[in-house]
Design a protein around this ligand. Structure first.
Ligand code: ADP
Ligand code: MG
Ligand code: MG
Length: 926
């Protein structure tokens, strides 16, 4: 038995040896080709192996950019360290020593050699830059002896002692975990004692004294002395980086950002270069373009005679990078040349760190720069014009969410700065849903809803946190603010889903729900008073701030980008518009047609409603005809306006859809009036009211949304839609004669069986033809088609397409009827819970449920086109503006999506993204 165990253990050990010893844990910056070969040529995988910082340093080295020699210990080593119970994997340390030797050869210096010491920094770097990771330790390799050696070498004891005290301090705080305060306090005390204000007043002797003091702090906190052995410093620092990967801060961040734990972090060991060797030295950071506006102009700052983070620490006032053209013209020239090369190489705006040591430039980091949405758009367009990237790349770089943020109302920077200056900054929280909003605060959903709906106030709903019961208040509000919770809290999820600006977790706010007030930053705000929230930055202000509405016409780069998007997309984007002014706006936003004009809105206008009511109530056909004749000119001019606005583009007009009672007075209110009149003995007008009440009662339906509406109403009362069709074609003929290109498409709503269409459509076509003849117009491009919004229509689409010349998916009703949910009830009651519990992945009224509703759509397209190959297919539900749903419409072969005018730009971008991701798919004529 013993024997077998022994063999098993031995073979296990051999496998372990096999796996690990042969493994390369350490890559010199000059070994990027090896890393690429190991990762099969994938640069993304190389970044995974070496981390973003390490891969960038190696890549710059390969490109001939001056990078101090160094090497990277891989993320795999980090994972092996963690898995092996906090032990360096077999062979790793030997590889570190070997790599260190190569660095010594490259620099001509020796680690730990007082005669010419090599110093290094130890820098963490995961694949994605990530807060919570260990800070960098500079000047590793300094000890009492090497420090003395460097003094001899440089003749600059102040510089050496300053560097040494930085090492002891960083080592103490970063590697050994001692708080910063004892170090900072000691320095403050010392300067006060000496009467110094600035660090620059410290002399060589002063810094030497600080080295001693800092060493004593380590001894006091840790019970051991600062390690003098350079290799010990290096190994402890490396271990500390690996440890920080599993630190609480890093883990919390990864959970929130959905980054897996097994990515690991790399460690970069980099030869020190010194920006603090005098006024021919310095250090700085820069963006290759402006990260807020995208302007093609280097933006950065630097400091002479400084090291590492001095620039960002804000201890001294920095100079703009362009000043280097005066102070160090040669270095400046080289710097501009290198950064231009880096941009060309990565085809991306870069964010770089650099140091100048005695007139020689060294690059210490390069990475893709973070930027605002506006900057993203401008940089993408500029880079196409500069020949760096293709239009396709530019279009795919800009995300629909960024565009969304860009097109929301916002507080402009000047407004926010002024508010902050005036002390109006109230709180800061998590930026949970973009957009800016000002409003009066209310602390519960019912009051918020009441104030918004009945009192027409702009409302900001404020709660410690929200629950499903609160959704109606959130939907009625202009914005939502909570003091608790994070980016995935209920409030944040709901707000994002419904596009309500939202700030959550503004924890400095004390909300008193009893007293109906809240306090923050020393300011108390009572219920009903104004605040402003910025969902893009998470800032909260007291009072009303002016919002700015973005003006698309002035955003020339965005317009360029959207035109490119159109040339890539297969799907067209149309808009839902009921009025000419909406249609004109939609057209300006790039809509190529009207996908839905709801005619019922036209009936609600005060001048028309009484005529509509008279028409509905008429018992005598002559009275009804008279009312319809009165309505006809109104409708005709409505349509003429739309056709005019959309000259050259198709306009889909939906015939009357809602149940008739929507045009009648409220039954309960009328009943109250009648009762009051009876009680008070008033007779004047009572009889009319009683008749009206009886008529409304007779029209009562227990489930009107599934009752007499849509095509059913047209069959029940064809005169109304016949009038509508006459109005459409009269207007079309009139506009045609004016030289406008009119393409009317008449849409019949709520078809469930082809028999309905067979009944109504020929009557309407007859009227159309009759009008053309009357008007003497012999050529007009028109279509008759139907909405597909009842599951039965989707299932029998093959039959329906024999009659209908186009389909338009009404996905709001189709979703309601496929799920059997009433949307209002679902959103008010259980939908959020369903999403939270994972029963539904997303709100199906926002994003098409591909597996269910989507399957019906797919079936309808396929079966419809089998019968009528050139069947035009679109979507006019709210999903038409949702990027995920647009992608789906692309996949099933829609011709267009139609959405609200404001969503048109986002839809155009989403349509292009879908084409880039999935190819052109079924190519339809445009
Ligand atoms: P972070 O990810 O926080 O920027 P870095 O590792 O980039 O951390 O380093 C922190 C600072 O130290 C930066 O200003 C960097 O330029 C500087 N630095 C890092 N390594 C060296 C080095 N070998 N020589 C000089 N400065 C360095
Ligand atoms: Mg850095
Ligand atoms: Mg409908």
């Amino acid at each position: 038995m013993f024997h077998l165990d022994y063999i098993a253990a031995l073979s296990g050990w051999l496998i372990f040896k096999e796996q690990n010893v042969s493994k390369q844990w350490v890559y010199l910056f000059t070994e990027v080709a090896q890393a690429e070969a190991y990762k099969g040529g994938s640069w993304d995988a190389v970044r995974g192996l070496l981390g973003g910082k390490g891969a960038g340093l190696a890549d710059m080295t390969r490109a001939g950019v001056p990078v101090p020699p160094g090497f990277t210990i891989t993320t795999e080593a980090c994972n092996a360290y963690v898995a092996g119970g906090d032990k360096f994997p077999e062979g790793m340390w030997d590889q570190v020593l070997a790599a260190l030797k190569k660095v010594e050869e490259a620099t001509g210096k020796k680690f730990g050699d007082p005669a010419n010491p090599l110093l290094v920094s130890c820098r963490s770097g995961a694949k994605f830059s990530m807060p919570g990771m260990m800070d960098t330790v500079l000047n590793i390799g300094l000890n009492d002896e090497t420090a003395a050696g460097m003094v001899k070498l440089t003749g600059n004891p102040r510089f050496v002692n300053d560097s040494y005290r930085r090492l002891v301090e960083m080592f103490g705080s970063v590697v050994l975990g001692i708080p910063d305060e004892p170090f900072e306090d000691a320095l403050k005390e010392y300067k006060a004692h000496k009467g110094y204000k600035l660090d620059t007043e410290m002399t060589a002797e002063d810094w030497q004294a600080m080295v001693g003091t800092f060493k004593a702090i380590i001894k006091k906190h840790k019970g051991f002395v600062f390690p003098q052995e350079p290799l010990k410093q290096l190994s402890l620092a490396t271990e500390a980086v690996f440890h920080s990967w599993m630190g609480k801060k890093a883990i919390d961040y990864r959970r929130a950002a959905n980054i897996p734990d097994d990515l690991g972090t790399a460690v970069n060991i980099v030869t020190m270069v010194f920006g603090n060797m005098g006024n021919d030295s310095g250090t700085g950071v820069a963006f290759t373009r402006n990260p807020s506006t995208g302007e093609k102009k280097m933006m950065g700052e630097y400091l002479l005679n400084a090291q590492g983070e001095d620039v960002v620490a804000g201890i001294r006032n920095t100079d703009p990078v362009e000043n280097m053209s005066q102070t160090m013209p040669d270095v400046y020239k080289q710097f501009m040349e290198i950064t231009a090369r880096l941009e060309k190489h990565y085809k991306e705006m870069q964010d770089v760190e650099f140091t100048i040591e005695r007139g020689k430039l060294w690059m210490l980091q390069t990475r893709t720069a973070k930027r605002t949405a506006a900057s993203e758009v401008k940089v993408a367009v500029d880079m196409v014009n500069e020949g760096l990237i293709t239009k396709e790349e530019a279009v795919s770089r800009v995300k629909t969410e960024q565009l969304d943020a860009l097109l929301h109302p916002y507080f402009d920077e000047a407004t926010m700065k002024a508010a902050e200056k005036a002390g109006k900054l109230y709180a800061k929280g998590v930026n949970a849903s973009p957009g800016a909003a000002s409003g009066q605060i209310y602390f519960d959903a019912d009051t918020a809803e009441k104030m918004a709906k009945e009192h027409k106030q702009s409302v900001i709903m404020v709660r410690p946190f929200t629950k499903p019961d609160d959704v109606h208040g959130m939907l009625a509000a202009k914005g939502v603010l909570t003091s608790e919770g994070g980016a995935s809290s209920h409030a944040a999820v709901v707000a994002r889903q419904f596009g309500v600006p939202c700030v959550v977790g503004a924890s400095m706010m004390q909300i008193d729900l009893e007293k109906r007030l809240m306090t923050s930053n020393g300011i108390t705000v009572k219920e009903g008073e104004w605040i402003s929230i910025d969902g893009a930055t998470g800032k909260v202000f007291v009072g009303e701030l002016k919002t700015t509405n973005p003006n698309l016409e002035e955003m020339t780069d965005l317009l360029t980008l959207l035109n490119w998007a159109d040339s890539i997309a297969r799907l067209q984007v149309w808009a839902n518009s009921d009025y000419p002014q909406d249609a004109r706006r939609a057209r300006k936003f790039g809509a190529k047609g009207i996908g839905l004009c709801r005619t019922e809105h036209m009936f609600f206008e005060p001048a028309r409603l009484p005529i509509v009511q008279r028409m509905i109530l008429a018992k005598d056909p002559a009275v009804q005809k008279a009312a319809l004749d009165e309505l006809l000119p109104f409708q005709r001019s409505d349509f003429a306006g739309l056709f005019n606005a959309m000259d050259g583009y198709p306009v889909i007009i939906r015939l009357i859809d809602p149940p008739m009672h929507e045009f009648m007075p409220d039954e309960e209110k009328l009943f109250e009036e009648v009762v009051t009149m009876r009680v008070q003995g008033e007779t004047k007008g009572l009889a009319e009211k009683e008749t009206l009440l009886a008529a409304i009662k007779a029209m009562h339906e227990s489930n009107p949304m599934m009752g007499l509406r849509g095509v059913r109403l047209s069959i029940y009362m064809p005169e109304l839609v016949e009038m509508q069709v006459r109005a459409i074609f009269e207007a079309a003929c009139d506009e045609t004669k004016k030289g406008i290109v009119v393409k009317p498409e008449v849409m019949i709503p709520l078809t469930g069986t082809v028999k309905e269409l067979e009944w109504i459509q020929p009557r309407l076509v007859r009227i159309a033809k009759q009008v053309l003849e009357e008007k003497g117009v012999d050529k007009l491009n028109y279509k008759f088609g139907t909405m597909i919004e009842i599951p039965r229509a989707a299932v029998t689409a093959g039959e329906i397409a024999a009659v209908a010349e186009f389909f338009s998916f009404g996905t709001n009703d189709l979703t309601q009827m496929t799920f059997g949910y009433s949307r209002d009830d679902a959103e008010r009651n259980f939908l959020v819970k369903y999403v939270e519990e994972g029963i539904l992945v997303k709100n199906p009224f926002q994003t098409i449920d591909r597996a269910g509703v989507g399957k019906l759509m797919q079936m309808a397209v396929n079966d419809g086109r089998a019968v009528r190959p050139n069947l035009e297919v679109g979507i006019c539900g709210e999903h038409g503006g949702d990027p995920d749903s647009i992608e789906f419409c692309h996949l099933i072969g829609n011709n267009y999506v139609s959405c609200s005018p404001f969503r048109v730009p986002i839809a155009r971008l989403a349509a292009a993204h879908a084409a880039l991701k999935h190819g052109k798919g079924l190519v339809q004529d445009k």
